[in-house]
Design a protein around this ligand. Structure first.
Ligand code: SF4
Ligand code: SF4
Length: 426
């Protein structure tokens, strides 16, 4: 059987995007939030509060070296400052706030907290004060705070109007339910970057509607239901015609890639509203109807699942992200941060018992690989602790699409193995 046969097999139906629930449910803020002060490999915020401080919603609680800010997503008291497990399995510092009824901070007060004159803020001031890290200010593949240096001007902007993971529909729902604001935001975007061509990537099912709704504001690019067609790195290359190496940032190719949620966050920021809430799709097995909610940043996974009556039982796995490229979580305390769009609970009965079997050299992983890597060789090297050897097969070019692990008959954790090799520093 060829890889194509595998991808066409009934099992591959999980790779088609899931049907959307028709609306986004606004959840009340939880009693307690954990706000991470570090986005590993991205930004480190210095805390501006200490244990015992009373804070109000929208208040700045951390500042980075380049004057990006992070905010309290609820009013309350800082009860702890400690480390916690972030979604991608890093241990990072965090501020723990317990809720009070104090009113939120106003927009002008927020700007003053950021040392910005509210009478004449620049667009960049407003974005930074709101905690929105725009692609104009961050060149890195992971939104790091590196110096912009010699990066070229942005000539093309790709807006993600659908999620890569088949179980997540937050971007698609935002596009549909806030289409009026998206139109306004696209107009603002054209003012900010008048030279740039704006492309809006949407699900095939939304093509006609999006073409009519965003006519004259963006070039609508429908993507098929085939998972390969929705792999971000691949379709950005296809739509823009620019070959940015997998390890490089889009910005180095004159491209900015943002989700429709980031576009709306930018629009809100320019209106003086800080980014303190996040939209996320919660999914599980067949018995659970997926739901997309919007809630305060810092809400724990446990609170999010409980809000939908989802109970995590012995043997279940909670994955931040989706089943293709998500990360299994160590604890339900891990909070929602700005970079997550989905939580998937894999029930114990749906987990394949025989995992990490011996590689049978079938080559499917390598044939399926979106980056043309020798995945089986990297996996073998990692398995036998030959990490230096593994790095010679360019694991850093992996775009974490998850296809290799999906097609592997031995159910080997290939994405994790490749990531381990990519992160090896000798
Ligand atoms: S996740 Fe697997 S298939 Fe996808 S790019 Fe990385 S190694 Fe290749
Ligand atoms: S790692 Fe899996 S898919 Fe790749 S060659 Fe080995 S058994 Fe086949």
């Amino acid at each position: 059987m060829s890889v194509l046969d595998v991808l066409k097999s009934p099992a591959s139906r999980v790779l088609a995007p899931m049907d959307c629930t028709p609306e986004i449910i606004d959840l009340p803020a939880p009693d307690r939030v954990l706000i991470p002060l570090e986005y590993p490999g991205k930004i480190l915020f210095r805390p501006l509060v200490q244990v015992g401080d009373e804070v109000v919603c929208n208040q700045v609680i951390g500042r980075s070296d380049r004057n990006n800010f992070i905010h309290a997503s609820i009013s309350g008291k800082v009860v702890e400052m400690r480390t916690m497990w972030a979604a991608r399995s890093f241990h990072v510092p965090a501020v723990v706030i317990e809720k009070s009824d104090a009113p939120p901070l106003s927009g002008d007060e927020l700007l003053r907290q950021c040392d910005i004159d509210p009478r004449s803020p620049t667009r960049l001031d407003l974005l930074r004060a709101a905690g929105v890290i725009s692609p104009w200010t961050t060149p890195g593949r992971d939104d790091s705070e590196a110096d912009l240096g010699d990066y070229p001007d942005i000539e093309q902007i790709v807006i993600k109007g659908m999620n890569q993971e088949p179980t997540i529909c937050s971007f698609r729902l935002l596009l549909r339910t806030r289409s009026g604001e998206v139109q306004q935001a696209l107009r603002r975007l054209s003012e900010i970057a008048p030279q740039a061509r704006i492309l809006l990537a949407v699900c095939k099912a939304d093509a006609q509607w999006a073409g009519d709704t965003f006519s004259g504001l963006a070039d609508v690019a429908p993507l098929s239901n085939n998972f390969r067609d929705r792999i971000e790195r691949k379709y950005v290359r296809r739509l823009t015609g620019v070959k940015v190496p997998n390890k490089a940032s889009y910005r180095s190719g004159g491209i900015a890639v943002i989700s429709v949620e980031q576009l709306l966050d930018m629009y809100d920021a320019l209106e003086g509203l800080p980014c303190i809430r996040k939209t996320i799709t919660i999914s599980s097995g067949k018995e659970f109807t997926p739901v997309t909610v919007r809630t305060a940043l810092g809400t724990s996974i446990g609170d999010l699942l409980a809000s939908q009556g989802l109970v995590v039982e012995d043997g279940d796995r909670v994955i931040m992200g989706g089943p293709m490229a998500g990360t299994a979580q160590f604890t339900l305390e891990t909070p929602l941060s700005k970079f997550q769009a989905g939580i998937h609970v894999l029930k114990a009965k749906d987990i394949i018992a025989d995992v990490n079997l011996i590689c049978v050299n079938c080559g499917r992983c390598t044939q399926a690989c979106s980056s043309n890597l020798q995945v089986h060789l990297i996996g073998r090297c990692v398995e036998f602790d030959q990490l230096a050897e593994a790095t010679t097969y360019y694991p850093g070019a992996c775009i974490e699409c998850g296809l290799c692990a999906f097609v592997c008959p031995a159910h080997r954790p290939l994405v994790q193995m490749v990531k381990m090799a990519a992160n090896y520093r000798g």
